[in-house]
Design a protein around this ligand. Sequence first.
Ligand code: HEC
Length: 294
Amino acid sequence: MKLLVKLNIILVLVLASALALTGYFSYQMLLKNAREEVLQNAQVMMQAAYAMRNYTIEQVRPLLKKLPRVKQGKEFHPQTVPAYAATEAFNNLRKTFPDYSYKEAALNPTNPRNRATDWETDLITEFRDHPDKKMIIGDRETPTGRSLFLSKPIKISNSACLSCHGKPKKSPRAMRKIYGENNGFGWKQDEIIGAQLVTVPMSTALKKAHKTWITFMTALVSIFFLILILLNLLINALVIRPVKKMSQFANNVSKGNLDEEELPVHGRDEISTLANSFNRMLRSMKEAMKLLDG
Ligand code: HEC
C-alpha cells in the first residue's frame, strides 16, 4: 500500500472518531442548554402566576369586598379568586403565545375547566402519595411538539380556604349560585387537592440547538477536510516527490549509470541529508571506478 494511502486511512479513521465524539458530546450539551433555557422560562411563568395571585389577594379582593352587594352576600366576583385571576391572565398571554399554558388543575374543581386531565391526575396522585415532593419537572409530547412542564402541589394549608371549599352550606350563597353545590367542595385541611401546572414548548429551543449543532459540525468537518488536503499536499511535496526522485536516482546508479546528475539539496532536513549521502555515494563510486580503470 502506498505511504499516502496508509497515512490517509489512519488520518481519516482518527478524525472520524474525533468528529463522532465531538458531535455526540456537543449535541448532548446543546440539548441540556436548551432544556435549561426552557425550564427557566417555566420558572419565570410560575413566579408570574404567584405574582398575579398575590396581587389579587392584596389589592383586588379588599376593594371588591367593599361593594355593598358583595357585603350583603348577593354578589360573588370570581375576580377575587387567586386561581381565577392567574388562569385568566395566562389565558390572555396565550393569545400571543398559544403553546404556553398555566393551569390550576384539581381532582374536584369548582370550575369544570380546571378539572385535571388523565396525565394531570397522575401528577396530583404522585404529589398526594409523596407529600414531601415540592415539584415535578418533566416533558411530554403534545400536538404542537415537545413541551416541558413544571408542577407544584396545591395544599390546603390555610383553614380560610375551607370557607368556600369545605362544606357547601358554609360557602357564600352567591358563589354557589354561579358554581353549583356539587363541585369544589369537601376539601380537607392539609389535603393536596390539585397542582399548579406550567407548560412551555420546547420545539423552538430544540430547533435552535439543532441548527447551532449543524453549523458547528459543518465548520468542524470543513476544517478537518482542509487539514487533510493540506497535509496531503505537504507530504507529497516534502517527502513523496523527493523520495521518488531518490529511488529513481539509486535505481539508475545501481544499474551502472554513473553520469546521473546529482540530487538537488535544499535546506538541512532529513530528506536533504539523505540526498547529500546519495550524492556522496555517487561521487565515491565515480572515484572508485576511476581507480579501477586506472
Ligand atoms: C371566597 C371563596 C374562596 C376562597 C376563600 C378560596 N377559594 Fe378557591 N376557588 C373559589 C372559586 C369560586 C373558584 C373557581 C374560580 C374559577 O371560576 O376559576 C376557586 C378555584 C380554586 C382552584 C382552582 C380549581 C377549581 O376548584 O376550580 C384552586 C386550586 C383553589 N381555588 C384553591 C384555593 C385555596 C388553596 C384556597 C385557600 C388559600 C382557596 N381556594 C380559597 C373560591 C374560593
